[in-house]
Ligand binder design. Structure first.
Ligand SMILES: [Zn+2]
Length: 368
């Protein structure tokens, strides 16, 4: 028996988006030898596999996604951009912006990724599930209105929030992004919109370069409704726990969201090649518990998790299992074999230069 009804949205087709041949994220060609792209199907296939093998798959409700409609995309994206992605996908493929590869059928699969997040919102807001995890790819939090970035084609989490506003008439939503990289697309979507509080914890000056500074706090009526917490490289569980206790949770409690969305990247983990942060499965458990607490206090438990980055396919399954166990309250007893190593990393506790960043953000947030 589980405490909560958790919907897991997943589709085999998410594995069929082909990010092409690359060295990590740099397209192959010239002096770059062809190899597997980092935004690989393995990132989420292995999470889904561990959910099944661990037995958790029997404790969650599997929900099939539907594709997003054009109108749903146009709540944020420009018609010209959507057309361009479709043309690339129907043609020879190409880059939808910066490091956002599109190949055959990428358009349809990206629609299914957005639709997976919308399906998760529907399940939670309509009361068919208490919370939901949309295990989708391609990811979304870097995508801008008119440009793909960093592997992201359409803005999954932002479009989930627009859906909750427009289709479900909710008035206050919050998006917490704990991907290691700045959620620049999500920030842009609601920069002048006070209805949606956007909070991004990320490695300072990582990707996009220079993006996600403390002084980016929103504009116009949205002033104060965007919070960036740019943590120094090397930040571990102490820095994230302090940021949650001192900034994230108080800001959410002040906003009182009717729906809480998490943009969940596992590239903040200690093993990830795309950032230099040090989280582990036990840390993601605590972050998830904190979000469940906020959702319980303000949103009748309504929490939707949209999958973002995470490029260590050997480790992300244990992070994903941890988050899903906390969401559902169903514990499989499957241990994270990496945990003793990552918990033992030096510098996991809050360091003075990390605390200085948190204090600076805290002071700014307090002045909102
Ligand atoms: Zn990322």
């Amino acid at each position: 028996m589980t405490d909560r009804r958790t919907a897991l949205v997943y589709h085999e087709r998410y594995l069929w988006h082909d990010a092409g041949s690359a060295a990590s994220v740099i397209p192959a060609g010239g002096m770059v030898e062809p190899g597997p792209h980092a935004e690989s199907p393995e990132r989420i296939r292995r999470i889904n596999s561990l959910v099944e093998v661990s037995g958790l798959g029997e404790q969650v409700e599997r929900v099939r996604p539907r594709p997003a409609t054009l109108d749903e995309l146009l709540r944020f994206h420009t018609a010209g951009y959507v057309e361009r992605v479709q043309e690339l996908s129907d043609g020879e493929g190409g880059d939808a912006g910066e490091y956002a590869p599109v190949n055959r059928s990428s358009y349809e699969i990206a629609l299914l990724a957005v639709g997976g997040c919308l399906t998760a919102v529907d399940a939670v807001v309509d009361g068919r599930a208490d919370n939901a995890y949309a295990l989708v790819r391609p990811p979304g939090h870097h995508a801008l209105a008119d440009k793909g970035m960093g592997g992201c084609i359409f803005a999954n989490a932002a479009l989930a929030a627009f859906h909750a506003l427009d289709a479900h008439n909710l008035e206050r939503i919050a998006i917490v992004d704990w991907d290691a990289h700045h959620g620049n697309g999500t920030q842009a979507a609601f920069y002048d919109d006070p209805r949606v509080l956007t909070i991004s914890l990320h490695q300072a000056d990582c990707f996009p370069p220079g993006s996600g500074q403390i002084d980016e706090t929103g504009d116009g009526r949205g002033r104060g409704s965007n919070i960036n917490i740019p943590l120094p490289p090397g930040s571990g569980t102490g820095a994230f726990d302090a940021a949650f206790d001192r900034i994230v949770v108080p800001a959410l409690d002040a906003h009182r969201p009717e729906l809480l969305i998490v943009a969940c990247g596992f590239d903040s983990s200690a093993w990830d090649p795309h950032a230099r942060l040090m989280l582990h499965s036990a840390a993601y458990r605590r972050l998830t518990q904190a979000m469940l607490g906020v959702a319980d206090r303000h949103a009748a438990g309504r929490l939707v998790v949209c999958h973002e980055g995470g490029y260590a396919p050997g480790y992300t399954p244990f992070c994903g299992l941890a988050v899903l166990e906390e969401l559902s309250g169903a514990y499989t007893g499957v241990a994270d074999p990496f945990l003793p190593i990552f918990e033992g990393y030096g510098g996991q506790e809050l360091q003075p230069h990390q605390e200085a960043v948190i204090t600076a953000v805290e002071q700014r947030a307090g002045a909102r």
